[in-house]
Design a protein around this ligand. Structure first.
Ligand code: ANZ
Length: 825
């Protein structure tokens, strides 16, 4: 044990006291205090807690404790996202039962989380694999099914050969399975989808008003990938067939010199099968075969050499009657737009590479200020032009934006095209060919039509007589392979008994992201067996005030949960169109060597050992101090850092040796003004920084205070108590001990933060008027010499300011220190 104090003894004593006082059970119906819903992403019960768990729970806990001391009624719940693959993989590896493995892990993790001194409310705990919970996941699935938002259909899907299951698009990273890193393959399968694309526009539009960091919003915008363009029709000479091409740059259409189709395009099939005669039929058929073995990523690679085959046909450009040879090439994707591209090699790099490789002419139709109109001879001349039209008849001389509008009008007026909006986001694939998940509450009649399991049969239990080993084929696969649930006799008998002979169960289970799309609603009424949540409590507590999580969930969980919530909102099941108000993505703790922690690098930090040596409080302080918590940074772990925090705590203990008996709190007359000033400054900074999840600088304000107090010969007892209160969210155990020593009553965690007279800060700060576009929207208090960035950052925390900016960053700022800050949207 490190010197100075017996942390284990102190931790035990404090935790017993909290339990005795029942400090952290939230009365959701309380009407005296303002409700504040502080949420963190609930953990998957993988086994022992790692340092990332600590970072997620213990640091968010600082804020929960801070808020309570500001007089808020804080809901700070926890649960377990307990369905999922690792349980099943462990089962196959060690022969353990997935349920036993999961529930044993949860027991261990509960004890570890308690040992951190987190102030979570265990009475609201939920476990997604409990039938009491998944009954409502199934019920909500049924609602979505009834409203055509969940549906079964055949589609090309991503399949992980190692995990033996399909994956959602979001679970494929760089062409590999996000879980196990195996290269995914594409298959055509009948699967369950949630129609998130129906909500693409609202998911995008509603981002604007959310007070999230711009980079998080941008990531969602990019994922949704809205593209406005036009589908242009091209007649294929001598066939009676028409090909539609989606383009975002119709302004360049007089420069089109070919059409190129995805190998999946129906016209290509006509050629390959001989339905349309062509001397290139064999080549085309062969090309389709080769392309089907490639992943989307391989096909899209920018630097990849372009391949392709001529179909033998030409399409006619209605604009100028030009003949465009129709090619097939795998750089065109079957699943985006119309699966057909009009090739403009003068102004698109991929088209340029293709044209050069195939000997197709390149025509220039846009000239920029620094370009002449001579023929294009090099790739580098294919510019994304902000230029003027040329070689384009009625468009000549127009800038490209005006030309885009004009040509779209022209194409539509002549019936040659139709404006369209395309989205990159795909429907959310939610069925999995695995065992340890929420059973999809569906059965099939003898004709194979799906029906919902009636609600009086929910929860539709996960059978236990199952062979976990997947046989290598999806349940819906044409080759007839089976998912693990197909091996259950009990499930089969259950369906026959309830529905009749010839009826069969659905064998797939739900993606665990469905379980986690609504768990924060369940915390509001975790034991209700008549409803998924409580309407009055949802009205009072939603949206979640602040949601703390990892940046890896930006385009998965966070997007799914927003979609799910909007769908429930449309069904009048939840009271708000958005589930979360603020969102913060925290960073990642790296190994001491600056690399990602991994057994492979031997750089994994075991929190248990560090906690044993230095105490929970020192580790909490260290994690708070390591960097701003509101930014997704990467922080290398350092034991020296932890021991420095331990020494700081020891200095706080040492201070208690020179307490004088002056009463009162910060502003009290008996406390010398010099001391009141120190305290007021520390409180002002640590509070405002904590509000923004900048626990590192909040803590450094306390370090400054401790240093200042060390300079005094005597410390008023009341002042010391204020210090202990400010320290309590960071070091909850030691603060409890010191509070009692300094004569504080009950628990320090029931104390309010020190109030101070703003006049005490006067010499240090001045009010700064904040305007948006010249209109006054609020005021912040800052040091007169605060930097422009500090001023803007403080101003962006005024809701009226962010609202006036429409949730965007200001494009221009005018700052007169100590007087005024004007932001221009
Ligand atoms: C003609 C054109 C001319 C295009 C030009 C671009 C520049 P971005 O570019 O990301 O906004 N496209 C359409 N469908 C496609 C598919 N299935 N597979 C691959 N590419 C496809 O995306 C829109 C552009 O991507 C479209 O506009 C089309 O190329 C291409 F100077 O059409 B464009």
């Amino acid at each position: 044990m490190a010197r100075g104090y017996d942390h284990q003894e102190i931790e035990k004593r404090a935790q017993e006291k909290w339990a005795q006082l029942d400090l952290y059970t939230t009365d959701l119906t309380n009407t005296e205090k303002d409700p504040y819903y502080l949420l963190f992403e609930f953990p998957y019960p993988s086994g022992d807690l790692h340092i990332g768990h600590w970072y997620a729970f213990a640091v968010t806990d600082i804020y929960a404790r801070y808020l309570r001391m500001k007089g808020k009624n804080v809901l700070f719940p926890i649960g377990f996202d307990s369905f999922g693959l690792p349980a099943e993989n462990a089962a196959m590896k060690n022969g353990a039962d997935p349920k036993e493995w999961t529930y044993a892990n949860m027991d261990r993790m509960r004890a570890q989380i308690k040992s951190m001194g987190t102030s979570v409310d265990w009475s609201k705990e939920i476990v997604t694999s409990d039938p009491e919970y998944y009954k409502w996941t199934q019920w909500l699935f049924a609602k979505l099914f009834e409203h055509n938002l969940a549906e079964r259909r055949e589609a090309p899907v991503k399949w992980c050969p190692k995990d033996q299951t399909v994956l959602a698009n979001e679970q494929v990273v760089d062409g590999k399975c996000e879980r196990c890193g195996t290269e995914v393959v594409e298959k055509r399968l009948t699967q369950w989808f949630m129609r998130i694309t129906e909500y693409a526009e609202r998911l995008l539009a509603d981002l604007d008003a959310l007070p999230w960091r711009e980079d998080i919003k941008e990531a969602q915008r990019a994922w949704i990938g809205k593209k406005e363009g036009i589908n242009i029709d091209y007649e294929v000479e001598g066939t009676g067939e028409r090909i539609q091409c989606f383009t975002t740059r119709p302004d360049t259409n007089f420069g089109a010199t070919f059409v190129v189709l995805a190998p999946e395009h129906p016209f290509v099939k006509l050629v390959a099968t001989g339905a349309l005669p062509s001397e290139h039929a064999d080549e085309v058929a062969e090309y389709i075969g080769v392309a089907s073995k490639k992943t989307e990523r391989e096909r899209q690679a920018e630097e990849k050499e372009k391949t392709g085959v001529f179909t033998g046909y030409c399409a006619i450009n209605n604009l100028n009657g030009a003949k465009l040879p129709v090619w097939v090439s795998d750089f065109v994707l079957g699943g985006f737009g119309t699966g057909a591209v009009v090739g403009v090699p003068g102004h698109d790099l991929r088209d340029y590479d293709f044209a050069i490789a195939m000997g197709i002419p390149v025509v220039r139709v846009v000239v920029g200020p620094d370009m002449d109109s001579s023929p294009i001879t090099r790739r580098s001349q294919v510019q994304e032009a902000t230029g003027t039209m040329t070689n384009s008849e009625f468009l000549d001389g127009l800038d490209i934006h005006e030309a885009t509008k004009r040509v779209m009008d022209h194409l539509e007026e002549n019936g040659w095209g139709k404006r369209v909006v395309n989205y990159r986001i795909r429907d959310w694939l939610v069925s999995r060919q695995r065992y340890w998940g929420c059973p999809i509450p569906v059965v099939y009649d003898p004709e194979g039509t799906p029906h919902l399991v009636p609600s009086d049969h929910l929860p539709w239990l996960l059978p236990t007589d199952v062979d976990f080993t997947p046989t290598g084929n999806a349940s819906g696969s044409p080759t007839g392979g089976k998912a693990p649930l197909a091996s259950s006799k009990e499930l089969h008998d259950r369906v026959t008994k309830i529905f009749g002979e010839g009826w069969t169960p659905e064998y797939d289970t739900l993606d665990t992201f469905v379980d986690s799309s609504w768990y924060f609603l369940r915390y509001l009424d975790p034991k209700d067996d008549h409803d998924f949540s409580d309407a009055a409590m949802m009205k009072k507590w939603l949206p979640v005030n602040r949601y703390s999580g990892g940046s890896e969930h930006t385009t998965m969980h966070l997007l799914y949960a927003r979609f799910f919530h909007k769908a429930l909102y449309d069904l009048a099941l939840v009271p708000t169109p958005e589930p979360f108000n603020e969102r913060f993505n925290r960073g990642i703790i790296l190994g001491t060597d600056g690399q990602k922690m991994s057994k492979r690098w031997g750089n994994v930090v075991n929190p248990d050992e560090v906690v044993k040596e230095f105490g929970t409080d020192a580790v909490r302080l260290y994690l708070a101090f390591i960097g701003p918590y509101n930014e997704a940074g990467h922080y290398p772990w350092s034991l020296d850092g932890v021991s420095a925090m331990r020494r700081f705590l020891e200095r706080v203990i040492t201070l208690s040796e020179k307490l004088s008996n002056v009463g009162g709190r910060i502003s009290h007359m008996d406390v010398p003004e010099e001391v009141s000033r120190m305290l007021a400054k520390a409180e002002a900074k640590s509070a405002s920084d904590s509000e923004r999840f900048k626990f590192n600088t909040a803590l450094s304000a306390l370090m400054v205070l401790v240093r200042d107090l060390e300079g005094l010969s005597e410390i008023p007892r009341a002042a010391y108590r204020d210090l202990v209160v400010m320290l309590a969210p960071f070091a909850p155990h030691l603060a409890e001990e010191l509070w009692a020593k300094a004569g504080g009553e009950a628990s320090v965690h029931q104390a309010m933060r020190p109030a101070y007279d703003a006049a005490l800060l006067e010499s240090d700060t001045v009010p700064l008027v904040v305007q948006v576009a010249g209109k006054r929207r609020g005021e912040v208090t800052l040091a007169p010499d605060a930097s422009e960035d500090e001023a803007v950052e403080a101003a962006l925390h005024i809701p009226a300011v962010t609202a006036a900016l429409g949730g965007k960053n200001p494009s221009r700022r005018v700052y007169v220190p100590g007087k005024i800050l004007n932001l221009v949207p």
